[in-house]
Design a protein around this ligand. Sequence first.
Ligand SMILES: [Zn+2]
Length: 360
Amino acid sequence: MRFPRVKAEHRPFRTPEGTVRIGGEIYGLAAEIADPGGWVWAALSLLDGRRGPEEVAGRLLVMFPGLDPGDARGVIDDLVGSGYLEEAAARPPRGLSARELDRYSRNQAFFRGVDLVPGHSAWETQLALKRARVVVVGLGGTGSHAAWALAAVGVGRLHCVDPDLVELSNLNRQLLYTEADVGLPKALLAQARLSRINSDIVVTSDRHRVTCEADLRSLVAGYDALALCADEPRGEGIRVWANRACAAAGVPWAGGGYNGPLVTVGVFDPPNGACYECVTAAEQAHRAEGGIPDLSGGPGVTGTSAGISGHLVAQAIISLVTGVPEVAPGYVHGINLLSPDHHVYARHAARPGCPVCFGP
Ligand SMILES: [Zn+2]
């Protein structure tokens, strides 16, 4: 880095024990650095984007005459390599307009905070979103929120698939539609609405019902990720089709759902992590009775539970297509709205011989 500076999200502070804590409190990314001589703190104070590493090292040697020159430079190199610093002289990459830099400025700050890859620009993450092609299957409770979030965050090409017409009972949770839309096709309405929310992206639609695995396979062809927000057919239905179709096409996917207050997302990209069928089979084996954790449960749903479901899917898709934040696929996670302390989490190894994970 030419002019490193501490990221705004990671401002350090000194603890009463004399260590330096950096990385912020809320991100879960914090580190604690021993600093008995005080020069780590001094280095961080000097790394404000106005000086190069050589100048900072020189100043440290003046401030701490006993400091070894190699150690002075080593402290700076370690801090630069930690991901808590950014290049102050960096310019946004080509490919984003002034309007996009303005529109996505809060995205950029978010990505900067959560991405600890040294030297990686948060604007490159935004550019990766702009280049991404995502298909959203199902535009109901989960899907309308997921599609909205993906359009708003700047996914460059969004394809919206749903066979249904808007019903009045949809309006308690499906935020893309209004009373005037009752009786009209969701796919077209979603396309029009999302295009008005973000005219800097391309939104397309297809009024289509997925009826088999091959159907889903042709839908995901040419896309970078699938947001599976449809729950029919249930049970061994559309999620198993998605699992197999996406693995065959090499497309990662995330599927969201709710069963009353239990709201979850599954994220899969075999062979990076186990496939949906492996994770659910392992969960089933843990249960004395009952089937797989079917998260396409009964009709009970509010705007809140549907919204959380959709946003968990959207967040997983952002991670899958940009690598920021980097989360290894092959898991189901979620929350129970009845119990703030009940975190749903399941990650299992692939089953030996699984044709989805290891190929036929
Ligand atoms: Zn598998």
